[in-house]
Design a protein around this ligand. Sequence first.
Ligand code: UD1
Ligand code: CA
Length: 477
Amino acid sequence: MTTSSKAPVRAVILAAGQGKRMKSARAKVLHDVLGKSIITRIIDAVDSLKPEKIHVVIGHQAEAVENYLLANPALYPFSTHLQSPQLGTGHALQQVVPDLGDFKGTLLVTVGDTPLLSGKTLGELVTRHQAEHAAVSLLTAVVDDAKKYGRIVRDRDGSVLKIVEDKDTSDLEKHIKEVNPAIYCFEWPIIAKGLESLRNDNQQKEYYLTDLIAWARAQNLIVSSSIVGDWREVIGINTRLELVEAMHLMRDKVLTDLSLESGVTIIDRASTWISPEVEIGEDSVVLPGCHLTGEIKIGRDCVIGPHTVMQGKVVVGNRTVITQSLVVNTQLGDDCRVGPYAHLREHTLVADKCRVGNFVELKKSSVASNTNVSHLSYIGDAELGSNVNIGAGTITANYDHSTGIKSGTVIADGASTGSNSVLVAPIKLGKQSVVAAGTVATKDVPDGALAVARVRQENKEGWSSRKKGKTSAPSVS
Ligand code: UD1
Ligand code: CA
């Protein structure tokens, strides 16, 4: 627990709704926001509080959401709860009740469509809820445009009386600018009776979780509320426009933090997309058109871009320059030069002072220091030593299409390949060995040896003039 109190906390994420307004075949919570799905972003925020369990209520596309959660195993204990049919947010929370058993403590309940929500804000909500011994606590947000959010109705003394859904508002209530982001703490089992007694006599014929606030007031229970510092953190996603708005807000915050706190120069904010997980060291420069989404760590004094894409787990050392390239699940050392138009993928490891040049693809390969793969090469399932020089157009033939088997290539320290060599794997090139240009090497090359496997050149003297004499010149008109 990161909260001051020791009272147990369980989290509930409501993710059963259809998300009709997204106009999508995919469940709303599985849509991507800068490299992570909405649900993963919420789970990350919730999980930072280390709740004893996370309950996820699923319904619409339940199987897809459940499979997604199972395929992305996390460290937290979680369970899914099927809500079918989906009769509203209150009905959604009711589905978790059988699994609560004799749990006594705080239920942190959040909707499943607020990807910008931070663990810090959730932590503050829980801390305050427990410190005030509240039965119900809610976050609120003050906005210019209340859109379709539920409105917060306060008493004369300023305390929260109830939440009114947009569709149920009176003309007067419609003008309220304080809204409900739908992030609450409920003390269990104090609110159990209230949850049981929810009714659906409203415009949408749904069981509203929001009605618990008025219920708690009627029972003279403590209702606590706090206004979120930055309303943008709690925007809910209901349409594609809001999905993109969330991405823009997230990106803007990331770029500002990188610029002002990490000392990174971001040349063109409009064309740069960096996810919150990315770390970049001081004095590095990100040129226009970069998309860096994933668990990415870039060192100091690097130059990234223009037009470089990084995804997955990427580590880049210091003073490395990566130009117009695609880098996925790759580790690069210090003082490397990559690109333009290089493609590094699938657990590739490149040590310090290497050059990976234009139109080079490295797949599942390791490259030791001071090695150059400068032009037009495919290196897959290979282990390259240090001070190796790979000539232009060298290809590791690592895949046997008939058997589907992939084989490895080992190129020892100081070896070199000439242009257009094909290394048919499995194969090993010894230390300081040389493969001559145009060679198709099918067997190992000993240390220090030269491998040549190509048709010996034959020069036919005078061939050109003899040929000209025989053929009639084309007529020029
Ligand atoms: C809800 C709140 C509203 C708040 C808004 C914030 C209620 C009644 N209203 O409205 O006050 O301003 O969120 O975004 O709670 N869900 C289920 N099962 C259901 C219905 C919804 O699990 O039967 C889930 C959805 O997957 C979603 C969340 O609950 O993650 C909110 O549902 P949504 O339909 O978007 O509610 P809003 O109308 O936005
Ligand atoms: Ca919503």
